[in-house]
Design a protein around this ligand. Structure first.
Ligand code: BES
Ligand code: ZN
Length: 626
C-alpha cells in the first residue's frame, strides 16, 4: 500500500499539467503576466546570473503554491515583494529533472498572502553552463575577434535561462537589464531603453504580450545599420555592409506583409545576422528576427527565409500556437504567407519553384515518417506528450500546413480568403489558440452567408488524419519542366557537362537539377560537374546542400572533405539535419556521419545535437526505416 502511494505520487509530480503537455505550469491557478530580468553575463563561466521578478496574477483564490518550469537552474532564493517594497522569503522546492521537461519549481505561499490577486515574486538564480537555450561562442566561431552569446527559446528552452511558466499558452510582457563586458552590445526581442546607463549595461522593454519562447537575447560585437525608419540590420562590423545590401528589400517586404495580413503591431522590424553556428535559418523573435548567415547568398536568392520570419509577425507572434501539438498553426500559416509574399514581391515563377521543391520534400518526409512507424506525426495536430517538442518539427507542420491553408484559399477564392485571413488575425491578435479553437472558428466562419461549401470531414482529414487528403490542391511543377528535361538528357549523355544551360539558372533550378539525379549516377559525371561548376561547401547554401546530398546518395568519396567542412562550418538545423538524415540511410553513411559528428558536435547548439543523435543513434525500440 505504502509503495503504491509512493509510486502514484512520483508519477503525479513528474507529469506535466494537462493543458500543455510540455509545461508544469498550473495556468488555471496562477498566470505570470510580466517578467523583469536583471542578469549579468559571465563569458568565462558561460553563465547568466541575477534575478527574475515575475508579476503573477492569482486566478484560483484557494491556490497556495505557484508551479514554474525550470531546467538546470541553480536557484538561491525566492522572495515575495510586498507593496511596501519589503521582501519576504518564500519556501521553494526544485524537483528531480525530467529529461524532456526539466525541473518543476514549486513556490509555497504563506496564508497571509494567498488572497492578493497580483503579486511580485523575485527569484535569484544562475544558469547552468549547459543551459539548453544558450549558446556561448568563442571568437573563432564569429566573424570578428570577440565572444558571442545568444538564446534560443523555441520550443521549451526559455526555462533553462528564466524560471517561468514556459508554455506558449501564457503571454507576458517583459523588461530587462543586462550587464555585459563593456566592449560588447546586448540586443533583445524588445525595444531598447535609451538613457544614461553605465558602460556594459543595456536596458529593454517589451510592451506587447508574447509567449515565453519569444523572449530572446544576443550579446556580441554588434553594430546597426538602418534600412529605413522602422527596419534595419544588426550584425558584427565586418559583415554589416554585406548584410544590409542583401536585405535591402526589407522595407518593401514589411509593407507587403501589412497589405496582406493587416497592420504590423510590433513597431520596429530589425534583423540580427548571426554567426555560422546559429541553429536555425531564422528565428522570429519579435521586433528582431535572428537570421543565419547562410541566408546571405550575395544575390538575394535566399531571402524567402526573411519573408518567412517576417510573416511570423502575424502567424506565430500575434496569433500563437497554444501548445506544441498545434505547431502547424504557427508554421503552416507562416509558410502560406511566405509563399504569397514571395509571389507578390518576386513573381509567380519564383514562388512556384520554391513551392515545387518544398512539395517534393513534403512527400519524402511523409514517406519517411510512415516507414519509421510514425504515421501519426504526419497529421497536422500532433500528439507530443512524453516526447520532445522538437520531434514535431518537420515538413508536415510547414508544408502540409501550408497546403491546408492553400486548400482553404482554393475553396474561398483569393479575395474572400484574404478577408478571412485578416479576420483571423484580428480576431485572435495577441492570443494563443489551439487547433480545436481554430477549427471551431473556421466552422463558424463557414456559416456566414456567401462562405464556400466545405465539410467538417474535409477539414478533419487535413487536421487529424495522416498523409495528404483527397482535397490536396494540384501542385504546379511545370516551371521545372525544362530543367527536368536537361537533367535527363545530361544523365544519358545527350548534353555534355560543359554544355548545360547553367549560366541561365537561378539557384532554385540548380537545386532541382541536383535533386533529380539518381543514386546510381556515374562518379565520372559527378567529377565533371564538380570541376566545371565548382560545386562544394561554399557559395549558395541551398545549392551546396543539394550537391552534398547527392554526394552522399551516390557515395562520391572525393567530395567527402567538402561535406565534412560544410558540417563543421554551419550549425543550421535544416542543413545539418538533412545531411545527417541522408547519411543515416546506409551503414557506411552512418559510420561517416558518426566520424564527422564527433568533430562537429562541440560547435552545435544543444537542440541540434539532440536532433543529430536521434538520427545517428535511433532509440532502441523505435521502428526504423528498412
Ligand atoms: N520558428 C522557426 C524555427 C524553429 C522551429 C525553432 C521550431 C525552434 C523550434 C523558424 O521560423 C523557421 O521555421 N525557420 C526555418 C526557415 C524557414 C524558411 C523554413 C529554418 O530555420 O530553416
Ligand atoms: Zn517558421
Amino acid at each position: 500500500m505504502r509503495a503504491l502511494i509512493l509510486v502514484t505520487t512520483a508519477a503525479v509530480t513528474s507529469m506535466a499539467h494537462a493543458a500543455d503537455p510540455h509545461s508544469y505550469a498550473e495556468t488555471d491557478k496562477f498566470v505570470v503576466r510580466h517578467v523583469a530580468l536583471d542578469l549579468g553575463t559571465d563569458f568565462e563561466a558561460h553563465r547568466l546570473a541575477g534575478t527574475a521578478e515575475l508579476t503573477v496574477e492569482q486566478l484560483d483564490p484557494a491556490a497556495d503554491r505557484l508551479v514554474l518550469d525550470t531546467r538546470d537552474l541553480e536557484i538561491s532564493a525566492v522572495h515575495l515583494i510586498e507593496m511596501s517594497g519589503r521582501a519576504r522569503v518564500l519556501a521553494f522546492k526544485l524537483a528531480e529533472p525530467d529529461p524532456v521537461l526539466g525541473s518543476k519549481l514549486t513556490i509555497e505561499f504563506p496564508h497571509c498572502c494567498a488572497a492578493t490577486t497580483q503579486m511580485r515574486i523575485r527569484i535569484a538564480y544562475r544558469t547552468s553552463n549547459e543551459a539548453s537555450a544558450l549558446q556561448w561562442l568563442e571568437p573563432v566561431q564569429t566573424y570578428g575577434a570577440k565572444p558571442y552569446l545568444y538564446s534560443q527559446g523555441q520550443a521549451i528552452h526559455t526555462r533553462s535561462w528564466i524560471p517561468l511558466q514556459d508554455t506558449p499558452s501564457v503571454r507576458v510582457t517583459y523588461d530587462a537589464r543586462i550587464r555585459t563586458p563593456p566592449d560588447l552590445v546586448a540586443v533583445m526581442s524588445a525595444s531598447r531603453v535609451d538613457g544614461a546607463l553605465p558602460a556594459g549595461e543595456h536596458a529593454f522593454t517589451m510592451k506587447q504580450p508574447i509567449p515565453p519562447y519569444l523572449i530572446a537575447l544576443a550579446v556580441g560585437d554588434l553594430r546597426f545599420q538602418a534600412l529605413d525608419n522602422r527596419t534595419g540590420v544588426w550584425t558584427e562590423p565586418s559583415r554589416l555592409q554585406t548584410a544590409a545590401r542583401e536585405f535591402e528589400d526589407l522595407p518593401r517586404m514589411l509593407e507587403a506583409g501589412e497589405e496582406m495580413a493587416g497592420p504590423y503591431r510590433w513597431d520596429r522590424y530589425d534583423l540580427l545576422v548571426m554567426p555560422r553556428a546559429f541553429a536555425f535559418g531564422g528565428m522570429e523573435n519579435p521586433r528582431l528576427s535572428f537570421i543565419s548567415p547562410s541566408v546571405i547568398a550575395g544575390d538575394r536568392s535566399l531571402v524567402a527565409v526573411i519573408v518567412h520570419e517576417l510573416a511570423h509577425s502575424w502567424s506565430g507572434n500575434l496569433v500563437t500556437n497554444a501548445t506544441w501539438d498545434d505547431f502547424w498553426l504557427n508554421e503552416g500559416f507562416t509558410t502560406y504567407l511566405e509563399h504569397r509574399l514571395i509571389e507578390k514581391l518576386y513573381g509567380e515563377r519564383r514562388a512556384e519553384m520554391e513551392g515545387a521543391i518544398a512539395y517534393e520534400e513534403l512527400l519524402r518526409t511523409i514517406r519517411d515518417l510512415t516507414d519509421e512507424g510514425r504515421p501519426g506525426d504526419t497529421a497536422l495536430q500532433l500528439k507530443l506528450a512524453g516526447r520532445s517538442p522538437d520531434e514535431g518539427i518537420s515538413d508536415v507542420a510547414y508544408q502540409k500546413g501550408r497546403w491546408f491553408v492553400s486548400f482553404l484559399e482554393e475553396r474561398f477564392g483569393r479575395p474572400a480568403f484574404d478577408a478571412f485571413l485578416r479576420a483571423y488575425f484580428d480576431a485572435h491578435a495577441f492570443q494563443s489558440i489551439d487547433t480545436e479553437t481554430f477549427r471551431a472558428w473556421l466552422l463558424e466562419y463557414l456559416e456566414r452567408p456567401g462562405a464556400p461549401a466545405m465539410t467538417a470531414e474535409e477539414i478533419d482529414a487535413w487536421i487529424y488524419r495522416p498523409g495528404l487528403p483527397a482535397t490536396m490542391p494540384k501542385v504546379a511543377t511545370g516551371v521545372f519542366a525544362p530543367v527536368d528535361k536537361v537533367a535527363v538528357d545530361w544523365q544519358s549523355g545527350r548534353i555534355a557537362t560543359d554544355a548545360l544551360p547553367a549560366k541561365d539558372w537561378i539557384p532554385m533550378e540548380w537545386v532541382r537539377f541536383l535533386d533529380e539525379q539518381p543514386a546510381d549516377l556515374e562518379h565520372e559525371k559527378l567529377a565533371e560537374l564538380r570541376a566545371t561548376y565548382g560545386l562544394g561547401a561554399d557559395g549558395n547554401a541551398e545549392i551546396a546542400l543539394s550537391w552534398l546530398e547527392l554526394v552522399i546518395r551516390t557515395g562520391y568519396e572525393p567530395a567527402y572533405p567538402d561535406l565534412e567542412r560544410f558540417l563543421l562550418d554551419t550549425g543550421r538545423w535544416r542543413l545539418v539535419e538533412s545531411l545527417f538524415s541522408e547519411l543515416s540511410r546506409t551503414e557506411s553513411g552512418r559510420a561517416l556521419g558518426e566520424r564527422i559528428y564527433a568533430k562537429a558536435k562541440p560547435g552545435y547548439h544543444a537542440s541540434i545535437r539532440q536532433a543529430v543523435e536521434r538520427l545517428l543513434y535511433p532509440e532502441p525500440g523505435r521502428a526504423t526505416a528498412q
